[in-house]
Ligand binder design. Structure first.
Ligand code: AMP
Length: 349
């Protein structure tokens, strides 16, 4: 029997290797064994949030699993058939629920039937896709592949309190995933910044937004403080949304006790400038997250697809390497005029 064996310490050596492997093990039905999980992180092995990903993957695929314990650095995962359905996953504490979604979404968007996934935990966590990134950046690209996806945010969840809630409806495409090229971002349509700041002084938001206005020359209509229920805090996420004709990017920085409003703003300004400085279609996070669904589409269709990105992170490189362990695709990347170009093409094993 074919099995994919992975070393979780290679490349960026973090949780992404585990999530991508779980997703693709379910999508292909190929069992997985992974050793040295998250070996390059300060606390290696399965943390609560990674364990939640494994448990969620087990719930949707009826997998036989061993090694699914806190701190475990090795895992064996043998998936059964992925079952569409209504699932509820509670990550506990403020573990990111968008990362659990990231693990189960690829399998559910190829399942036989419609699913609904309700998740609770953190919705706006450092080192994870914030809900608004999933909603505005990632989901529209899945729709372009033919997947019906709708996500709603019922309640914000910030580190460390958590308690956020997300509800996602997933309708697989009737005729399979469709690959597409994404080489240009297109002309700007709507550029704006929002400071989410429940249970913290509004003046902090005003300082953050003013710093963005000064950096980008933006007017008051581009600076927003959305209404958020006070009992959803304390927390602070400063988000910059850049909607272009072909893609929307969301860059986020998070408030921390030790950081001034200006420092929080400076972090997101640096990310936006790096993206604006290139003219590639997508930024670094979308670049690593787009690879998996696009590779599934390419694998199914036996075609090829390409996208350009402003940066080719270790995350994205590692992700491409894991993808190639499961799917008959080749992922190549090289520098190009607009930044980097990633080509994913089908090949015979
Ligand atoms: P890991 O650090 O290996 O657990 O993976 C983190 C995941 O979160 C990757 O898919 C990143 O692309 C994603 N991620 C981290 N920060 C952000 C952000 N600010 N916006 C969007 N995605 C993010």
């Amino acid at each position: 029997m074919t099995i994919v064996e992975l070393d979780g310490s290679v490349g960026e050596g973090g949780g992404q290797i585990l999530r991508t492997a779980l997703s693709l093990s379910m999508c292909t039905g190929v069992p997985l064994r992974i050793e040295r999980i998250r070996a390059k992180r300060p606390k290696p092995g399965l943390m609560r949030q990674h364990l939640s990903c494994v448990q969620a993957a087990q719930a949707i695929s009826g997998a036989a699993v061993s090694g699914a314990e806190l701190g475990s650095q090795s895992l064996a995962f043998c998936p059964g058939e992925v079952r569409a359905g209504h699932y509820r996953f509670a990550v506990g504490t403020a573990g990111s629920c968008t990362l659990v979604l990231q693990a189960v979404l690829p399998a559910l968007m190829q399942a036989e039937g419609i699913s609904r996934v309700e998740l609770s935990g953190g919705t706006h966590n450092p080192m994870a896709p914030p809900f608004h990134f999933i909603e505005r950046s990632f989901i529209p690209l899945l729709r372009r592949m033919g997947v019906g996806v709708d996500a709603s945010l019922r309640r914000h969840g910030f580190y460390p309190a958590g308690g956020g809630e997300i509800d996602v409806a997933i309708c697989p495409p009737a005729d399979g995933l469709r690959a597409f090229d994404l080489l240009e971002r297109g002309e700007p349509r709507d550029l704006y910044a929002e400071s989410l700041i429940p249970a913290l002084p509004r003046r902090v938001a005003m300082l953050e937004l003013q710093a963005l206005a000064d950096a980008f020359g933006w007017g008051p209509e581009q600076l927003r403080v959305p209404a958020v229920r006070q009992n959803e805090g304390p927390g602070n996420a400063l988000m910059v949304t850049l909607a272009h004709a072909h893609v929307t990017e969301v860059f986020t920085s998070f408030g921390e006790k030790s950081l001034s409003a200006e420092q929080v703003a400076a972090r997101v300004i640096a990310e936006v400038r790096a993206y604006q400085g290139a003219c590639a279609a997508v930024g670094p996070h979308l670049a690593d997250q787009l690879a998996l669904p696009l590779a599934l589409a390419v694998h199914r269709q036996g075609t090829s697809a390409a996208y350009t990105c402003s940066e080719m992170t270790e995350h994205a490189r590692t992700n491409l390497a894991v993808i190639q362990e499961f799917l008959s695709v080749r992922g190549e990347f090289h520098r190009c005029e607009s930044g980097w170009r990633v080509n994913i093409s089908a090949h015979q094993r």
